[in-house]
Design a protein around this ligand. Structure first.
Ligand code: ATP
Ligand code: ATP
Ligand code: MG
Ligand code: MG
Lengths: 165, 159, 165, 159
């Protein structure tokens, strides 16, 4: 399995550090309305470099950070790390595990890290491009958006195929 | 560029027809290029004929039929050009029991090449998973996650 | 109960004459995908005078008429009748049962009937206005459209209130 | 004209807050006029605060939370200005079990003034109905309807 794990801290409703592992081919996420399931999907989209806030059900950077509740203070930062198993070296980087991290702060600043080293967004995007996960619209099918492939214009549909090509 | 696109298009087109017929247990569907000479700008059309019915516009399809047709296209893209993983957030929300069954069967085939993360409220979908995470809102209004076995998934987590 | 029944013939997938009665306060309609449940909702919308084909998941009059299948010929006409119990005379017409019928033919012609008498669309709409059912956006909440009230613009939302006023 | 509108607006606004808190078993929501002097053109805004959480934009709400908030508004309109009947087509598709329960409870209250037709795949919703119709696609590809008792509704009809 290439996709090994996801760590969230301060991201949307994940105030506490949460570590999810993905050892299997099929993982299900279940739970009541508003519990945070789609927020996990947003976290994945966000750490993979999403810059469009509308696709993240948000308006600005601050919306990514846990905003607090009656019983818990808000967070100062959101951090999501996605872990890849790279034993087969499918990623052109000399580590057997590759961790991509994105952090955001309340002043709107974003930071990008590869295996805990700060890197420029340029290098982060470059490595992401090698995963085959960036700019693939069909990697994450959002809630309520399953029939997007049918409702988009024919020329927008061609874009999906360009991604696959 | 155009050559790659046409090759990919042909492969996805073949898979889409196959996936559609498997998901609907019958019927047929196909993709079409609006302009063979300018395939990317011309755009791609979808035609679908449900089992036993006549070919009709996509606009007439039911909610579940639309979901399943879109899934057939996504699965075709994944078959031709797999990504390391794919997250599907409640794509089964409108599917009836028999359609969920065929959706899950086809997903299991694809899962040999792609890891799937399925966010769902559906019992049948959950039973197809190897690993299940239950997410709940804690008393402190923060999400908490626990690992669940299939027999531990009750009405608190699923419909 | 004011809403007494619905008759469909030749309407979308209802090739055969179908009579539904609504004696209760809460009626559920269940069944597999594509069986015709939303088509019943479309039939109600259509007989109540809907002129916008996009809200009927269609493009033209012909889409209202059963188009045939491998094993059954197409229909020449679609007809939907909605029956109201008028014993209390909530409708200003001297009948204890009021039946509004709409028919459509393949040439695009529409016919309107009140208690089986042909009437002008003007009179049909006029009586419909008295039912409180025409031009009420919230009478029929279509599939996939439950959160429309949230996604429309604030001034469009005012329209809902104007209808209720 | 404007006076009728403002009267209706105030009544619906009060009901909306009540309905929201009942459906979410807590929290609070309200409507607001953008322009008190030009209420119709100014438009109506919605603010919602979920139980235990801070007030946030509607855009952050989950799928089920959006459905339920919209239902609160529709129910408020029906309470203030009932129509003879109301058709709800799969409005419960994204709701979890406990939210469906509260939705049904509130619907039963409203059903004294308005007849409801509920199109659904959800077992709990069906159990709230007095009359159940099962629709299936016949071998001749035409719809057929049968009257069902609750104990006859099985996986062929419901999820
Ligand atoms: N920055 C944030 N801080 C705190 N809470 C947030 C933040 N961003 C979003 N939320 C909350 O997250 C909740 C939505 O979570 P999510 O969409 O993951 O739910 P879900 O489990 O997918 O539910 P459903 O089954 O209804 O789709 C909303 O209640 C929203 O208020
Ligand atoms: N004029 C017509 N003639 C024949 N079939 C039609 C016509 N119009 C629509 N249909 C068929 O009706 C079907 C859709 O029915 P409907 O939307 O009522 O399904 P549904 O029971 O609501 O399903 P779901 O549970 O997926 O929402 C489509 O398969 C479409 O082909
Ligand atoms: Mg969700
Ligand atoms: Mg439907």
């Amino acid at each position: 399995t290439k996709f090994a794990g996801l760590d969230l801290q301060g991201y949307k409703t994940f105030a506490k550090e949460t570590n999810l592992v993905f050892p299997a081919q099929i993982t299900a996420i279940v739970g009541p309305n508003g519990s945070g399931k789609s927020n996990v999907a947003d976290a994945i989209r966000w750490v993979l470099g999403e810059q469009s806030y509308s696709l993240l059900r948000a308006k600005k950077t601050e919306d990514m950070i846990y905003s607090g509740s009656d019983s818990r203070a808000r967070a100062g930062m959101a951090a999501v790390s996605i872990k890849f198993n790279n034993v087969s070296k499918w990623l052109p980087i000399d580590y057997s595990e590759v961790v991509l991290t994105r952090r955001a702060y309340r002043d709107g600043k974003n930071e990008y890290l590869i295996n805990n080293q700060r890197v420029r967004l340029k290098d982060f995007s470059e490595l992401l491009g090698r995963t085959g996960l960036s700019d693939r619209t069909y990697t994450i099918i959002g809630q309520g958006l399953v029939d997007t492939a049918l409702s988009i214009r024919p020329d927008e549909r061609s874009k999906l195929f360009e991604e696959a090509a | 560029m155009k050559k790659d696109f046409l090759e990919t298009y042909k492969a996805v087109s073949t898979e889409f027809s196959r996936m559609f017929t498997r998901l609907f247990n019958g019927g047929s569907a196909r993709l079409m290029l609006n302009d063979e000479d300018s395939p990317i700008d011309g755009g791609i059309e979808i035609e679908a004929r449900l089992p036993g019915k006549r070919e009709q516009g996509l606009v007439l399809l039911s909610g579940g039929e639309r979901s399943l047709t879109a899934v057939a296209l996504v699965f075709a893209l994944l078959k031709v050009s797999p990504t390391p993983f794919c997250v599907l957030d409640e794509v089964d929300a409108m599917l009836d029991e028999s359609n969920v069954g065929r959706f899950i069967e086809l997903l299991k085939d694809l899962s040999s090449e792609t890891q799937f993360v399925l966010i769902t409220h559906n019992r049948n979908t959950v039973s197809a998973a190897d690993v299940i995470y239950g997410v709940t809102m804690g008393k402190d209004s923060a999400s908490q996650v626990i690992s669940l076995r299939l027999d531990e998934v009750d009405e608190d987590f699923i419909n």
